[in-house]
Design a binder for this molecule. Structure first.
Ligand SMILES: Nc1nc2c(c(=O)[nH]1)N[C@H]1C(S)=C(S)[C@@H](COP(=O)(O)OP(=O)(O)OC[C@H]3O[C@@H](n4cnc5c(=O)[nH]c(N)nc54)[C@H](O)[C@@H]3O)O[C@H]1N2
Ligand SMILES: Nc1nc2c(c(=O)[nH]1)N[C@H]1C(S)=C(S)[C@@H](COP(=O)(O)OP(=O)(O)OC[C@H]3O[C@@H](n4cnc5c(=O)[nH]c(N)nc54)[C@H](O)[C@@H]3O)O[C@H]1N2
Ligand SMILES: [Mo]
Length: 764
C-alpha cells in the first residue's frame, strides 16, 4: 500500500504519496483551495542529483587555490564521506588559524528547505558561530532597500510593518481603490518564505472586487494583476514610480487637497519635504508636467489620479520589485509620503501597504505563532557584516572601504566560501563578473542536493537530502506542518544536519552543535517549545499522526482582521512610532547626518543609472523586467517539469510586444539574443501585447549556461543586470534597473548544457 506523508514548503503544503521507493503523486493539502503546481516537480527523478561527495580534480591533487579558473570546467572526483568532511574541516581550521575567522564567507544566502531543523543556512550559521564566526551578511535579495529605509521613517522593522499591515478582510470591506505599484501577481502569492499555508489571495481579491474594490495596476505589465479581476492598468516606465508619486503630491498641494490635519498631527518634516516637492529647494517643481516626461504618463492622467485618490478610500501598495532597483529606498518612502498627503493612514482600507503581490502571507494579519528554529548563537562582535548583495564586491575588493547604512567598513580578504541552501549563480547580478570574482577564494564548499550552476563551480560538493527525504517541522501563517520522510535519499546523500554534525565532530564541537540530540529529537523539541506557548496544541504523537495543525485564531480564509497603524492614528501620544519624533518622518535627521549623495534625508526622485527615456535608452531601447518565475521557485527544479515544460525553443521564454517583434522580424517560438554592454543570453520568443511596447519580460531562474564568450544559452537574465547597490544606505540589489536590446538569433542556436550532469574522473 502506498504511504502518505505531509510536506510543508515555501509554496504550500502537500500530501506526498510514495510506494516506498518513489514519489508517485503529489496532492495539494486538503485544506488548500488552490495548491501550487510548483510542487509537481517532486514527481520527477533527476539525473542531476549529487549522489556522492565530490572534489574538483585539481583541488584534490594540488590543494587549496589550485587552478581556480578551472572551477565549473574540470571534472570532479567522487570520494567517501569521511574524506570529504576531513578535507572541508581541515580547510576551515587552516583558514581560521592562518587568516582569522573573517577570511571565511558563510553568508550563504538562499531559499533552501523551509523546515526549521534542516534549514541549511541556519545550521551552517549555528556551527560556524560556535567556531568563532565568519564574514556574514545583512538583508535579503528580496527587500534590502525596504528593510533599510522603513525603520527610519516608520520606526519599526520592515517585517514588523508587514506583519502589522492591513488585512484582506478589512480591504474587502472598506477599500474603494487599491492602487498597486509593482503589481499583485497571483503566481508570486503562491510563495512565502519559511512556509506558505493555504492559498487565499485570489479568493480575497475576488471578494474585494465583488464588494466594489477597484484594483489599479500601475506598472509595465497588464497581467501583473489577473486579467479576470477586470482591473485598470496604468502603464508606467519602470523605475520612474517615484516621479509619479511626487507629482501626485504636487497636484494635491497646488489643488489644496492635502490633508493638513493629518500632516500636523502625525508627520515630521513635512515643510522641508513639501518645499522640495514644490521646487523651492531645488528650483524644479515636481509637477504633473515634469513627471510626465519621466514616466511617459500624460499630465492630465496624473492630475486625475491624484484627485481620484483623494476622494475615494484609497490603499497604496508597493510591491518589492520597485525597490529592487537603483535608489529603490525612495519608492517606499515616497509612497508613504503620498499616503500621508492623502491622510488615510490608520483608517480601515486606506493608507499604505507593503508588499501585497510579493508573497502569499501578506494581508493575513499577524497571529502567526512561529515554531521556533534551531537556535543560532549571537554574532561574535568582531564578525564583519556586509549588505548581502555586495558579495561579489567583497570577493573582488579586499582591503577596500565601503559605506553601508551609516557605517563604513573595509572588505576582508576572503579565502574560503561555504554555501548551504542558495544558488548565487542564479541570484546574483552580472554573473559573468561573479565568475571572475569566484576565482579569488582558495576553497569553495557547497552543500546541495542538485548539480546546480553553483555546485558545479565548487571545489568540494557535499550532497544533501531534500525535504522529501527527512523528517522536519515547518510553519505557515495558519498551519503548522509535520514534514514526514517520504522516500530515502538516493546514493550517499545525507541530511544537512548530519553533514554539519560530521564537520562539528572534526572541530571538536559535536556536543555543542547537537546538544546531544538527533535531528528527529530536535524536531520534537521545537514542537514542544511551540506547545509550551500554545496550550491548545495536542501532544507530539497526535501532531505527527495528523501531519498538521491549524491555528484556531485564524478565520476560514486564513487571516486575522487588523488595520495598519490604527492605534497610532487613534492616539499618537499613547502609541508613538519608534522614530526620533514618534511620527512618520518625511525628513530624517539621522539620514541627513550620513550625507549620502545617493540617499537624501527626504523622499526624492533620483535619476537611475539607466531607464527608458533617460540615460542609455538611445543605445538600449528596451527595459528588461526579470521578475519571479510563475512555474518554479527561483532556480529550484528548473531542470525538471513543470519548469522544463514552460521553455520555448528549449530556453527560458521571453515576452515581447508585437510591435517590437515586428520591427526586429522575430516570430513566436524563435530563439532571440538579448544583449547590452554587460552581457547577453538566448531566450525563446513569446509575442504578447500585455506588455508596454518598450518592455520585455524574462523571468529569473534558468540555470546559468555561459558559452566561451559568456553568452548564457539557457536564458538567465542575470548576465544582463548590473551589480550595483541601490544606494549607500541599503546597498541592496538593483536587478530591476536594466536596459537591453534584442534580435533574432541568426543560424542554429547552440544546445543548452547546464542540465547535463557534470564530468567525473578517477584520476587524481
Ligand atoms: N535578475 C533578478 N535576479 C534576482 C531577482 C530578481 O527579481 N531579478 N530576485 C532575487 C530574489 S528576490 C531572491 S530571493 C533570490 C533567490 O535566490 P536563491 O534563494 O539563491 O534561489 P533558489 O533557486 O531558491 O536557491 C536555493 C538553493 O537551495 C537548494 N536547496 C533546496 N533545498 C535544500 C536543502 O534542503 N538543503 C540544501 N543544502 N540545499 C537545498 C536548491 O537546490 C537551490 O539550489 O534571487 C534574486 N535574484
Ligand atoms: N511563483 C513564484 N512566486 C514567488 C517567487 C518565485 O520564485 N516563484 N519568489 C518570491 C520572492 S523570493 C520574492 S522576493 C517575491 C518578489 O515579489 P516582487 O518583487 O513584488 O515581484 P516581481 O515578480 O519581481 O515583480 C512583480 C512585477 O513588478 C513589475 N515591475 C518591475 N519593475 C517595476 C517598476 O519599476 N515599477 C512598477 N510599477 N512595476 C515594476 C513587473 O511588471 C513585475 O511583473 O516573489 C515571491 N514569489
Ligand atoms: Mo526574494
Amino acid at each position: 500500500m502506498n504511504k502518505l506523508t505531509t510536506l510543508g514548503t515555501h509554496f504550500g503544503s502537500y500530501r506526498i504519496e510514495s510506494d516506498g521507493d518513489e514519489i508517485v503523486a503529489v496532492h495539494g493539502h486538503e485544506l488548500d483551495p488552490h495548491p501550487s503546481d510548483i510542487g509537481q516537480a517532486y514527481l520527477h527523478r533527476s539525473e542531476l542529483r549529487v549522489l556522492r561527495p565530490a572534489v574538483r580534480q585539481s583541488w584534490l591533487k594540488d590543494g587549496p587555490g589550485a587552478h581556480p579558473e578551472q572551477r565549473g570546467k574540470e571534472p570532479f572526483v567522487e570520494v567517501e564521506w569521511d574524506r570529504a568532511i576531513d578535507l572541508a574541516s581541515d580547510e576551515l581550521k587552516r583558514i581560521r588559524s592562518r587568516h582569522g575567522p573573517e577570511a571565511l564567507f558563510a553568508g550563504s544566502y538562499g531559499w533552501g528547505s523551509s523546515g526549521r531543523v534542516h534549514a541549511p543556512s541556519a545550521l551552517l550559521f549555528r556551527l560556524l558561530r560556535l567556531y568563532g564566526g565568519y564574514t556574514d551578511v545583512w538583508g535579503t535579495y528580496s527587500s534590502s532597500a525596504a528593510e533599510a529605509i522603513v525603520p527610519y521613517f516608520l520606526g519599526m522593522r520592515y517585517h514588523a510593518a508587514i506583519g502589522r499591515g492591513t488585512s484582506w478582510s478589512v480591504i474587502s470591506q472598506h477599500t474603494d481603490l487599491f492602487v498597486t505599484f509593482g503589481g499583485l501577481r497571483r503566481s508570486n502569492t503562491e510563495v512565502t518564505y519559511g512556509g506558505q499555508g493555504t492559498h487565499h489571495t485570489q479568493d480575497w481579491m475576488q471578494k474585494a472586487r465583488k464588494n466594489g474594490t477597484e484594483f489599479l495596476n500601475i506598472g509595465p505589465i497588464r497581467d501583473d494583476i489577473d486579467l479576470q479581476m477586470n482591473s485598470r492598468w496604468q502603464p508606467i516606465r519602470p523605475g520612474t514610480d517615484v516621479a509619479l508619486m511626487l507629482a501626485c503630491i504636487h497636484t494635491l498641494l497646488v489643488e489644496d487637497r492635502v490633508d493638513n490635519e493629518f500632516i500636523n498631527r502625525y508627520v515630521h518634516g513635512w515643510n522641508r519635504f513639501s518645499a522640495y516637492v514644490m521646487g523651492d529647494s531645488d528650483g524644479q517643481p515636481k509637477s504633473a508636467t515634469w513627471a510626465s516626461t519621466i514616466t511617459g504618463i500624460d499630465a492630465k492622467t496624473i492630475e486625475h489620479l491624484a484627485e481620484e485618490m483623494s476622494t475615494r478610500r484609497t490603499l497604496i501598495n508597493v510591491g518589492l520589485s520597485i525597490q529592487r532597483a537603483d535608489h529603490g529606498e525612495q519608492s517606499y518612502w515616497a509612497a508613504t509620503a503620498l499616503a500621508c498627503a492623502l491622510g488615510q493612514i490608520g483608517l480601515p482600507g486606506g493608507g499604505i501597504a507593503f508588499p501585497f503581490g510579493a508573497q502569499g502571507n501578506v494581508g493575513a494579519g499577524q497571529v502567526r505563532k512561529r515554531v521556533p528554529g534551531i537556535p543560532i548563537p549571537p554574532r561574535p562582535d568582531t564578525q564583519p557584516v556586509i549588505s548581502v548583495s555586495r558579495f561579489r564586491e567583497l570577493l573582488d575588493h579586499p582591503g577596500q572601504p565601503y559605506d553601508f547604512n551609516g557605517r563604513s567598513g573595509t572588505y576582508p580578504d576572503i579565502k574560503m566560501v561555504w554555501w548551504a541552501g542558495g544558488n548565487p549563480f542564479h541570484h546574483h547580478q552580472n554573473l559573468n563578473e561573479l565568475v571572475a570574482a569566484w576565482e579569488r577564494p582558495e576553497t569553495i564548499v557547497v552543500q546541495e542536493p542538485f548539480w546546480t550552476p553553483t555546485a558545479r563551480r565548487a571545489d568540494i560538493v557535499l550532497p544533501s537530502s531534500t525535504p522529501l527525504e527527512r523528517n522536519d517541522i515547518g510553519g505557515a501563517e495558519n498551519m503548522l506542518i509535520s514534514h514526514g520522510r517520504a522516500v530515502d535519499p538516493p546514493g550517499d546523500a545525507r541530511d544537512d544536519y548530519q553533514i554539519l554534525e560530521m564537520v562539528a565532530e572534526r572541530l571538536d564541537l559535536q556536543e555543542r552543535f547537537t546538544e546531544g540530540r538527533t535531528a528527529d529529537e530536535w524536531v520534537e523539541l521545537l514542537y514542544e517549545l511551540f506547545r509550551a506557548e500554545n496550550d491548545w496544541a495536542p501532544d507530539y504523537e497526535e501532531f505527527r499522526d495528523a501531519g498538521y495543525l491549524r491555528h484556531p485564531e485564524m478565520n476560514e480564509m486564513g487571516e486575522n482582521e487588523q488595520v495598519f497603524l490604527s492605534e497610532f492614528r487613534s492616539d499618537p501620544a499613547a502609541h508613538p512610532l519608534g522614530t526620533p519624533s514618534g511620527r512618520i518622518e518625511l525628513w530624517s535627521e539621522t539620514i541627513a547626518v550620513f550625507e549620502y549623495e545617493d540617499c537624501p534625508p527626504h523622499p526624492a526622485w533620483m535619476e537611475p543609472y539607466e531607464r527608458l527615456g533617460g540615460p542609455e535608452s538611445d543605445r538600449f531601447p528596451l527595459h528588461l523586467v526579470s521578475n519571479q518565475p510563475a512555474v518554479r521557485l527561483h532556480s529550484q527544479y528548473d531542470h525538471t517539469e513543470p519548469s522544463q515544460g514552460s521553455k520555448v525553443a528549449g530556453r527560458e521564454p521571453i515576452r515581447i510586444h508585437p510591435e517590437v517583434a515586428k520591427e526586429r522580424d522575430i516570430s513566436e517560438g524563435e530563439v532571440v539574443r538579448v544583449f547590452n554592454d554587460r552581457g547577453s543570453c538566448l531566450a525563446g520568443a513569446i509575442i504578447d501585447d500585455s506588455l508596454m511596447p518598450e518592455v520585455v519580460q524574462l523571468s529569473t531562474g534558468a540555470w546559468y549556461d555561459p558559452d566561451s564568450t559568456g553568452m548564457c544559452r539557457a536564458g538567465n537574465p542575470n548576465v544582463l543586470t548590473r551589480d550595483k547597490g541601490t544606494s549607500k544606505l541599503a546597498q541592496g540589489p538593483s536587478a530591476h534597473t536594466c536596459l537591453v536590446d534584442i534580435e533574432r538569433f541568426p543560424g542554429p542556436a547552440p544546445r543548452v548544457e547546464s542540465y547535463d550532469p557534470p564530468q567525473f574522473t578517477n584520476e587524481t
